[in-house]
Design a binder for this molecule. Sequence first.
Ligand code: SF4
Length: 428
Amino acid sequence: MTNAVASPANPSGCDDTEILRERGQRELFCGLTGIVWLHRKIKDAFFLVVGSRTCAHLLQSAAGVMIFAEPRFGTAILDERDLAGMADCNDELDRVVAELLARRPDIRLLFLVGSCPSEVIKLDLGRAASRLDARHAGAVRVLAYSGSGIETSFTQGEDACLAALVPGLAPSRDSELLVVGSMADGVEDQFARLFAAMGIGKVGFLPAREAAAMPTVGPGTRFLLAQPFLAQTARALESRGARRIPAPYPLGVEGTTAWLAAAAAEFGVAPDRLEAAIALPQERGRRALARYRAQLAGKRVFLFPDSQLEIPLARFLTRELGMRVIEAGTPYLHREHLAEERALLSADVRLSEGQDVERQLDRCLAARPDLTVCGLGLANPLEAQGLTTKWSIELLFTPVQGYDQAGDLAELFARPLNRRARLKELVP
Ligand code: SF4
């Protein structure tokens, strides 16, 4: 018996690719992981995970190596004692929040982040956030979202967090561009300069770097997604009257150019003005990629479903580096948000949606790819089988969008192959 069925990849008829749909056991991080990059992005926010010791361990092990200052996340651990009643749980939460805010007056935005334990699920964190928001009004905004592994995978935590911000964005009637999705500050600055050079006047970024600087939204807002995993946020923005600009994602030179060109077309930027703005960085990006293309062309890659970046990555790896993607798996395939990516993807890339990890491991081991991109949990067993792996989580921690990062993105795929080659020299 099989739980995998094939279905037409794209109902709009962009291509004839078939998708393998799998609904078996998954090997994915939960949405709490997003806190690791979001707490670095929004500098006066604090993420309070209402969860168990497991949640605390996940955050410490995933983020521990990156903490250089007092962390801006923590865990309110609910244990047996708190099960006595919901009133106790709420009292406990109020006490933890009051202590935290007294100790950290720099916090301007507090996220209560839900998790899996049943006692947390029973707690209405949305209501708790409203209560605490009213209590601490003026000093800090309190919002809630779920990072639970039951409801969210890995990058969906960011989606839930950004969607929670949308109802509080100030209204606007301006014609404006909104870039949606957390990117490194340096990458954001590069894009802000490019949009200015293109003559697009008002540009906002969600999330902003500080709570008080969050962008505005309204019927004149057209937004570009910088990440392909923001379905809930896009819906929330659309409910405020904003409109999405369909585009591929800004990975690699080609993706970045198409992404910027989509904004240019939407805002009536003349083609020569776009060309003048992008010519130099585009050329730098192409030169950086040429070096890696020489090394990586023809290498075979297998992408396990993890970050939802897999389809844009498959497009980048095949079209800009000449690699051969055997399978690109994604936890969820948003037909609309990925239509432009899929239109660029070669039909011989097998797409899979969801996961049945044992079957997928079998396919991967049978294919013996040169490089396997996967989550931390699968990397060690695959390395033990002699495969070379790349942790997909690094794609979220590393600045990879835009022209000047195209070479760094390629380097992420070259590095494990170089490491394997060096090991072979040492231990032939
Ligand atoms: Fe916590 Fe659930 Fe994530 Fe485990 S899967 S760390 S219990 S939120």
